[in-house]
Design a protein around this ligand. Structure first.
Ligand SMILES: Cc1cc2nc3c(=O)[nH]c(=O)nc-3n(C[C@H](O)[C@H](O)[C@H](O)COP(=O)(O)OP(=O)(O)OC[C@H]3O[C@@H](n4cnc5c(N)ncnc54)[C@H](O)[C@@H]3O)c2cc1C
Length: 397
């Protein structure tokens, strides 16, 4: 990859920079690296922010123009992410729709599904949630038991999902359901789109260690969903889900990495200001080594992210290599949280709402949220299994 920017790309960077300088709302600026996304009032502000980004052509930059995207090159996309980080601007709200469902429908969906859903994902008019995990199907996702039975031209769904992020504010969900229990676990699974307002769906928020309730239990009882909402073939949803999960590991990790970079830059600035024992935290010989290691790790993540995105934007399906980024990101994320508590000291534990909370309590939130980094989008143990077996070709036992 050539890292020199052309004149046109430099001009694009200037445009993005000046647009962001003018348009990032003051109440969202600087709150991008660790703030609740689950509160309804905040969701309303983030919906408006995504609409504004979309109006300027900055949402779905990698989506083809025929689906309302910009059809941008990887370089423009990277420039955009870099400028978002520089401006401390929050990411678009509809992450599951933009980075997981959208690409999945483009690949496996029908023309009618593309027509119906893609544009509203871009504008955040319809927020999506991911209904995959169940109480007994997390790492072992293929064990899922939520059942869908065909009745005329509808499927009737019964079962329970859990850890469904943003279900309480989502208009739509993409669900994995069992349509045939007779064969092997990975067979007989179907990928289906569900209107979250359908009768029979009840949503119970789960409060997390951070204090927010971003994810939920979703109960489905006699939920009737048109058979035309199936994505791909009936009983072949596992293959469709693998596409979605690969995008989650690849593109979403790149996006999470941008938040990590924003946090690291903020932390380095804090280390230069925080005084103790007559010198700043940035002059402390141990802390400066830790900050340097984090900076190197961040750079490695960036380069690996470029490699994965290049693959996707060349039209190749995401490979298992995305697992390396996700695994490494979760380690760096947790290290950063720990170093932040060392640099900032006890004040790092003060939550939002107190005048003593540094950076509006984002460090407290970050540290607690990071506990889940090694779980979401594939646990670290599972990713090591994938890398060992599918990339390195090691024996299973
Ligand atoms: C912040 C967050 C947001 C999430 N959002 C969503 C969402 O929107 N939609 C959704 O569907 N899900 C979501 N999840 C769920 C997530 O995908 C699961 O938590 C994850 O897949 C792990 O499943 P589990 O919690 O059932 O743990 P389990 O699978 O029960 O694992 C428990 C422990 O056992 C280990 N383990 C399990 N199997 C093996 C093995 N074969 N080898 C070695 N170790 C193993 C795991 O690594 C883990 O440490 C979210 C999770 C988090 C933390």
């Amino acid at each position: 990859m050539d890292f020199d920017f052309t004149d046109a790309q430099q001009a694009f960077r200037r445009d993005v920079r000046s647009w962001l300088a003018e348009h990032v709302p003051a109440d969202l600026r600087g709150r991008g690296f660790a703030a609740s996304r689950g509160e309804r009032e905040h969701v309303t502000r983030l919906r408006a922010w995504q609409r504004r980004l979309h109006g300027a052509g900055y949402v779905g930059m990698d989506w083809p123009t025929e689906y309302g995207g910009r059809g941008a090159s990887i370089v423009e996309q990277i420039i955009f992410y870099e400028e978002m980080s520089r401006a401390e601007a929050p990411q678009p709200l509809n992450r599951s729709g933009l980075s997981m469902l959208g690409p999945t429908i483009m690949r496996h969906g029908t023309p009618a599904q593309r027509e119906r859903h893609l544009a509203k994902i871009l504008t955040a008019e319809e927020i999506w949630c991911q209904g995959f995990s169940e109480p007994n199907a997390g790492s072992d996702l293929a064990n899922l038991q939520t059942r869908a039975v065909l009745d005329g031209d509808h499927y009737v769904i019964d079962g329970q999902k859990v850890w469904t992020s943003m279900a309480h504010v989502a208009e739509w969900g993409f669900f994995l359901v069992r349509t045939d229990a007779s064969g092997a676990k990975h067979k007989g699974i179907t990928f289906i789109l569900v209107d979250m307002k359908t009768p029979g769906i009840s949503i119970r928020p789960l409060r997390q260690i951070t204090g927010e309730a971003e994810f939920n239990e979703v109960f489905l009882e006699n939920v009737r969903v048109p058979a035309s909402n199936v994505v791909g073939k009936v009983n072949e949803g596992w293959g469709v889900a693998l596409t979605t999960l690969a995008y989650e590991r690849d593109v979403l990790t790149m996006i999470r990495h941008i938040s990590l970079r924003t946090a690291l830059e903020r932390l380095i600035a804090r280390a230069k200001q925080t005084k103790r024992n007559g010198h700043t935290a940035a002059q402390d010989p141990v802390l400066r080594q830790k900050l340097a290691s984090l900076t190197i790790a961040e750079r490695c993540l960036q380069l690996n992210g470029y490699r994965s995105l290049t693959r996707i934007l060349k039209g190749m399906p995401p490979g298992p290599e995305g697992s390396t980024s996700k695994l490494f990101w979760s380690q760096v994320d947790q290290e950063l949280a720990e170093v932040a508590t060392e640099v900032i000291g006890p004040y790092s534990q003060i939550a939002a709402g107190s005048e003593w909370a540094p950076d509006e309590g984002q460090w407290q939130f970050y540290t607690l949220l990071a506990r889940g980094s090694g779980i979401r989008a594939g646990t670290s143990e599972i990713l090591r299994n994938i890398l060992g077996e599918r990339v390195l070709g090691l024996p299973k036992d």
